[in-house]
Design a protein around this ligand. Structure first.
Ligand SMILES: Cc1cc2nc3c(=O)[nH]c(=O)nc-3n(C[C@H](O)[C@H](O)[C@H](O)COP(=O)(O)OP(=O)(O)OC[C@H]3O[C@@H](n4cnc5c(N)ncnc54)[C@H](O)[C@@H]3O)c2cc1C
Length: 443
């Protein structure tokens, strides 16, 4: 029996009647399943000959889905994040950018939506989701506002991730429910004199009874204004170099801890970026994440994964800029025509969309590799490197396509352009990504 392509993929229980029970001998559930499979096949333009229910099912099982074909759970979260971004974030974006402040109501909503603990297991009152789900959510939020995107990105892909990979049971029980439900986290590695050369950090940790006493300062700390839980890297044995670096969990209320100057930035202005001071800051030994001296591993492995999140943030920015340009070019008229009627403009839009797709595929692929326990270091570096290039180029072209209106704050594209710039800087500059890629190519 050969089937025609269905005009509409909608109510599967109705559509399953294409496979009458009496002729196929299949139960209702199997017929629905069959129809879903047929839609999957036909939607990829493959006409199939239905020989028997069993062989179709077998073929469908063996078919590898495309990278952009999401599971039902991934799609649900993607849609929820997109709706939330459009309805709750977009109306606030301009004011938050001008005020350089994240709306506190949004912080609460992010927790209520379950977007701050996506991967945290349900037994710690988290979402029980996957890394890939965090990535699609970061992309959707950043499509509307990348400042808010990085707020949830740091929580999910750096802080929560470090806790999930390195914490003992006691730390997990004490901190994961808080991170999933009401406490914002921050990741404190960089210092004034150690950025790309992160392990040259100078913050020290001196052992004192059942505590460590931390001294030093951290710079550029995202979420510092909103956070209560800070993952701080300090050296317990500077003579041992990077092998003395240790990861400490520091709470905002700990003695000797303070949040200092807030930076006034070019882009992602609503995201807080502050200096952190540690002046004889007392941290109990039970708050060491991982072991003494393996903080460099905690730092590097977390950042390896985190940079996929920045890739997703950049894809979101680029998509947001393209969507704005698609709308504007179909409205704006010059020479008595919509500017989207000019081939020069159409080709620009087509190139933008193509570049975004390449970046998205790199990001999704590295996220899938990580999730499947495969090597992903080179792919993650490529994803961040390429996505940040694409975000900058696409948002710049979007400004061009808006003409003079692209240059003013009344329209959204100048913000995408400013926000895109950070992609080449944080979580490893583009040069550092190229270092990683070339090292892995040449070894
Ligand atoms: C908005 C913002 C938010 C941030 N959030 C955080 C955060 O939450 N937590 C945190 O710990 N840090 C954070 N950072 C810090 C960020 O990760 C660093 O700024 C970044 O790693 C670069 O370090 P740097 O600024 O010291 O630049 P440098 O390391 O001084 O680099 C300057 C230039 O030299 C180049 N360079 C350096 N070394 C090499 C080399 N070996 N080969 C080739 N080129 C090289 C770099 O590519 C760059 O172009 C944030 C920064 C910003 C701006």
């Amino acid at each position: 029996m050969e089937q025609d392509a269905p005009a509409l993929i909608g109510d599967f229980s109705i559509a399953a009647n294409k496979f009458p029970a009496e002729s196929s001998g299949l139960a209702e559930g199997n017929r629905i399943q069959l129809f879903k499979m047929e839609c999957l096949y036909l939607s990829t333009n493959i006409r199939i000959v239905l020989i028997s229910g069993k062989s179709l099912m077998k073929q469908a099982m063996e078919r590898t889905p495309a990278l952009t074909q999401l599971t039902e759970d991934e799609k649900m979260l993607q849609d929820a994040a997109k709706d939330f971004a459009e309805s709750q974030i977009r109306p606030k974006t301009r004011a938050m950018d001008e005020d350089a402040e994240l709306d506190p109501e949004l912080v609460r909503q992010f927790f209520d939506m379950g977007l701050m603990g996506i991967e945290i297991p349900e037994k710690y009152r988290g979402g029980g989701g996957t890394f890939f789900m965090s990535i699609v959510a970061i992309e959707q939020i950043s499509r509307v506002d990348a400042s808010v995107g990085v707020f949830m990105d740091v929580q999910n892909t750096l802080v929560n991730n470090a806790f999930l990979n390195w914490a003992n049971d006691d730390i997990k029980e004490r901190y994961l429910p808080q991170l999933a439900n009401d406490k914002v986290g921050a990741y404190c590695l960089s210092e004034a004199d150690s950025g790309s050369d992160a392990f040259a950090l100078k913050t020290t940790a001196r052992e004192e009874g059942d505590e460590y006493v931390l001294n030093g300062s951290k710079l550029w700390i995202t979420n510092a204004k909103e956070a209560d839980i800070f993952l701080v890297f300090a050296n317990t044995n500077p003579d041992a170099g990077y092998k003395g670096i240790t990861a400490f969990i520091v709470e905002r209320e700990f003695e000797g801890f303070s949040v200092s100057k807030k930076e006034d930035k070019l882009g992602i202005r609503a995201s807080s970026t502050c200096e952190i001071l540690l002046e004889n800051c007392h941290v109990p030994k039970k708050n060491i994440l991982g072991d003494v001296g393996n903080g460099y591993k905690v730092a590097i492995e977390t950042l390896n994964e985190g940079r996929i999140g920045i890739g997703a943030q950049m894809v979101g920015i680029a998509q947001g800029a393209l969507d704005a340009a698609l709308g504007y070019t179909q409205e704006r008229k010059q020479f008595k025509k919509k500017i989207s009627d000019f081939q020069g403009v159409r080709f620009q839009l087509a190139r933008m969309a193509t570049d975004i797709e390449t970046a998205r595929l790199l990001v999704y692929n590295s996220a899938r590799l990580k999730e499947n326990g495969e090597r992903f270091l080179k792919e993650a570096a490529m994803a961040k490197y390429h996505a940040s290039e694409v975000a900058e180029n696409v948002s710049s072209l979007a400004v061009d396509l808006f003409g003079g209106y692209g240059y003013v704050k009344e329209y959204p594209v100048e913000k995408y352009y400013r926000d895109a710039k950070i992609g080449k800087i944080y979580e490893g500059t583009s040069n550092m990504q190229l270092n990683t890629i070339s090292k892995l190519l040449l070894k």
